[in-house]
Design a protein around this ligand. Structure first.
Ligand SMILES: Cc1cc2nc3c(=O)[nH]c(=O)nc-3n(C[C@H](O)[C@H](O)[C@H](O)COP(=O)(O)OP(=O)(O)OC[C@H]3O[C@@H](n4cnc5c(N)ncnc54)[C@H](O)[C@@H]3O)c2cc1C
Length: 404
């Protein structure tokens, strides 16, 4: 591992920095300085800027509207965007670009790639993820949504749950049981479904934070054309696992940057609240700082393998487990520091329930309390911590499988 960058990489970094300097408003202090309509308007405009600049899907081939960047260039771009505190896309892009798009490049037919990839980038199609069901979360292969071929189309009946940003989406990639008689993992297909039809109903779920970022999705005789299967009928498990690799393991370059900024802000909070000299608080702050350093080194290790051409796989579970467990403890420390003020959160809320608050956000009690509450979800979504440990044990370390 060589943690320094080449002269060629430095030149590319300057190019990205020049792009940011040209396109961002003067006095830009990070997305955390904005809220309400101003925030929504900026995210929409910025997405357009990224699209026009070829930066929305930096790693995709140019023939599908991607940036065609090398692995090293993608890493530098991600680092500079995170440092500048700008979003890398809109609310559904994590599903459309990071998860589905990357998976289609690997598994999709030529027709699917040509049809969907440019529409994801233009914003014409907004995707969400239909994996989990009430009886299929950790044990995903237990899923029961049925898809039956009827002439030229699949007819779907059943339910999904915890569908993030489903209320903002018009398409869902979904796992359905297409052969109920086959062994569990062998009777599943990965289907692409247009949600704009009477057979698909989206119902919001209210979270502990008061927000509604995820939903239940009900299918009642919903339909999708026969050829909207990715990777072959009854081969959906392999496609689903490819996508989970992208979901868990893509952020090695940016996660440590976000968490470092959060620890820096926590240090300021301790000073503001006059507890920075308290030996117990100091001990915990030092712990948090050291954890982020370990995250940074682990990130470099992941990046090194990425630069050598390795796609995220089961080893993505290591970073995911590490940051999500860390985040529960560090946000609890913030709430301890806030004391009774945490009971009446005030000020700006985070703009999304994902990891740390936005770059440049003020040290408000609402920022920390909302992040504290959503940090609980971090150890559940994209596979719970227990499941990540099983994956690391069985698939990364090659230990014997747990008894089933
Ligand atoms: C904020 C958020 C957003 C989400 N977004 C989406 C989305 O967009 N699309 C989607 O499809 N899903 C989404 N999910 C669902 C998520 O993938 C599931 O919640 C997760 O996989 C856990 O499944 P479950 O909730 O059914 O819990 P269960 O599987 O019922 O697990 C309950 C508990 O048992 C433990 N457990 C289960 N099996 C084992 C085992 N073999 N060994 C040890 N312990 C075990 C688990 O770790 C957990 O602690 C989201 C979840 C959250 C919290």
């Amino acid at each position: 591992m060589d943690p320094t960058y080449s002269a060629e990489a430095d030149a590319y970094r300057e190019k990205v920095q020049a792009f940011l300097a040209e396109k961002l408003p003067s006095g830009w202090g990070g997305i955390g300085k904005l809220e309400g309509d101003e925030l929504t308007a900026f995210v929409g405009e910025w997405r357009k800027t990224l699209y026009e600049g070829g930066y929305l899907a930096p790693g995709w081939p140019t023939e599908y509207g991607g940036g065609g960047l090398s692995a090293l260039e993608q890493v530098i771009l991600a680092e500079e965007f995170a440092k500048a505190g700008v979003p890398t896309g809109g609310p559904n892009d994590v599903f459309g670009i990071q998860m589905l798009g990357n998976t289609l490049l690997q598994w999709g037919s030529d027709e699917q790639k040509q049809r969907y990839l440019p529409r994801i980038l233009s914003g014409e199609d907004r995707w969400c993820q239909g994996y989990s069901e009430p009886d299929a979360g950790s044990d995903l292969a237990n899923l029961g949504l049925r898809a039956v071929l009827d002439g030229d189309q699949w007819v779907l009946n059943g339910q999904k749950i915890w569908t993030s940003a489903g209320h903002l989406a018009d398409h869902i990639f979904t796992l359905a049981r297409t052969d109920p008689d086959a062994p569990r993992h062998k009777g599943i297909s990965f289907l692409l479904v247009d949600m704009r039809q009477p057979g698909v109903e989206v119902r919001p779920i209210k979270m502990i934070s008061g927000d509604s970022e995820f939903n239940e999705v009900f299918y009642t005789d919903a339909v999708t054309p026969k050829d909207e299967v990715v990777g072959g009928v009854n081969n959906g498990w392999a496609v689903a696992m490819t996508l989970l690799g992208y979901e868990r393991g893509e952020a090695a370059a940016t996660v440590p940057i976000r968490f470092q900024a959060e620890v820096d802000r926590l240090l300021l909070l301790a000073k503001e609240r006059d507890v920075a000299d308290d030996p117990v608080v100091r001990q915990k702050l030092a712990w948090a700082y050291s954890k982020v350093q370990i995250m940074r080194f682990n990130g470099m290790r992941v990046l090194t393998t990425f630069l050598k051409g390795h796609h995220p796989g089961p080893d993505g579970a290591i970073s995911k487990l590490y940051w999500s467990e860390y985040h529960k403890v560090v946000t609890e420390l913030a709430v301890d520091i806030l004391g009774a003020d945490a009971l009446v959160p005030t000020g700006r809320h985070p703009s999304s329930a994902f990891q740390a608050d936005d770059a440049g956000a003020p040290n408000s009690s609402a920022s920390w309390v909302t992040t504290f509450l959503t940090s609980r979800a971090g150890t559940i979504y994209a596979g719970s911590s227990q499941i990540q440990r099983n994956i690391i044990g069985e698939m990364v370390l090659g230990l014997p499988k747990e008894p089933r």
